[in-house]
Design a protein around this ligand. Structure first.
Ligand code: PLP
Length: 390
């Protein structure tokens, strides 16, 4: 029998994230006619607010799907089978996107990392310079590689593409960075940005988003890939009317409107600063424990998630299982080759300093019970930092 643990469940995975009460209340209502005027106004309001978060004045499309669907829409609209794609294989999510591109008949060139840093813009630039015939049609990178907690510098990737004088599209997975870290779709010259509802946007899983540049839109008109549900043409129409070509996830959209209102009321720069503060508090705690961060490059540290390595001979999943059973807290697991070696603390979305210190306390108690060697005083480091005394 599992032990009863009183109190609220701590959902500290890097998505889905905690849903604010305001958002829960906003979606707790009857649906509305998705062909009626109230819905059109809702759709247009949401698109306008999403544009502020993506920092774009262009098309922002929404699908009732998980983020994986938006990945597929990016590939199937802009590319044709046989097209060459360059992917920065920074972790499990880049790997899955790469696998999808292969299944769709694309010729994928992957640039490996050791999963402890972001994509290397110089390496991307070098491959593009060698591609004199411009066979590479798109460069795909994951802004926040949730599996490793390493960021890729998107502006630097754009600069490398431009320095190589290469016409490839730049496609960015911002699923776990949007609304956690500053993101500039237009200013960074991104052609397709992909996002999902269940992370920084603080909405339940089930919505995905694509921000699309004019260049990507033109590519979608030329693409020979077969598509129907994922086709972008109806999204372009939706951006003018607010309506969907099928039944949208109406109540998730009520939730999204409220979440966007919350983000814009707090101010996006404050939202990003809050995430940075929590991430720094978490890293200080990890260092004080004497444990190792998965991300080895400080310039690639992630504001929304921290992946932590357990010492050799110990199992991170055992630690997570203890923490779930004893303290009713869910943490992210290690994925792919780092399964069992890494656990991940999600500190993105709706989170207070007390929830963060509670989370870190739960991990510290779990480390003790699991017999994982660590120094005490980790949570103290977070308390000192968050109370301004560090
Ligand atoms: N890309 C990244 C960076 C992710 O973190 C995730 C999910 O965690 C995905 C893609 C896949 O998104 P979904 O699970 O919503 O399909």
């Amino acid at each position: 029998m599992t032990e009863y643990v009183s109190g609220r469940h701590f959902l500290q995975t890097p998505g889905p994230t905690n849903i604010p009460e305001r958002v829960l209340r906003a979606m707790d209502r009857n649906a509305i006619n998705h062909r009626g005027p109230e819905f059109g106004a809702l759709g247009l309001e949401i698109i306008g607010k999403l544009r502020q978060v993506f920092q774009t004045s262009g098309i922002v499309g929404m699908f009732p799907s998980s983020g994986t669907g938006a990945w597929e829409s990016a590939l199937v609209n802009t590319l044709s089978p046989g097209d060459r794609v360059l992917i920065g294989r920074t972790g499990q999510f880049a790997h899955l996107w790469e696998q999808m591109a292969k299944k769709m008949g694309m010729d994928v060139v992957a640039l490996d990392t050791d999963w402890r840093r972001g994509s290397d813009p110089a390496a991307i630039g070098a491959v593009l310079k060698d591609d004199r015939e411009h066979r590479i049609k798109a460069v795909c990178v994951v802004h926040s590689e949730t599996s490793t907690s390493c960021m890729t510098d998107v502006a630097a990737v754009r600069a490398a593409i431009d320095a190589a004088g290469h016409p490839a599209l730049l496609m960015v997975d911002a699923i776990s960075s949007l609304a956690c870290a500053d993101y500039k779709h237009d200013a960074w010259g991104v052609d397709v940005t992909i996002a999902g509802s269940q992370k920084g946007l603080m909405v339940p899983p089930g919505l995905s988003f694509v921000a699309i540049s004019d260049k990507a839109l033109a590519a979608s008109e030329a693409s020979k890939s077969q598509r129907s549900y994922w086709d972008w043409a109806p999204l372009v129409a939706s951006n003018k009317t607010g309506f969907f070509p099928y039944t949208p996830a109406v109540n998730l959209l009520f939730a999204l409107r409220e979440a966007l209102n919350m983000l814009l009321e707090e101010g996006l720069s404050n939202v990003y600063a809050r995430h940075e503060r929590y991430a720094e508090a978490t890293r200080r705690t990890v260092r004080a424990w004497g444990l190792e961060l998965q991300c080895e490059d400080p310039s690639a540290y992630n504001p929304g998630v921290t992946a932590i390595r357990v010492p050799d001979g110990h199992n991170a999943d055992n630690l997570r299982n203890i923490i779930l059973a004893k303290f009713n807290m869910a943490l992210g697991n290690g994925l792919g080759p780092i399964e069992g070696k890494v656990f991940r603390i999600g500190h993105m979305g709706d989170l207070s300093p007390l929830q963060l210190t509670g989370t870190l306390t739960g991990v510290e108690m779990g480390l003790r019970i699991a017999g994982i060697p660590h120094k005490s005083g980790g949570v103290q480091a977070a308390i000192e930092y968050l109370s301004g005394n560090a």
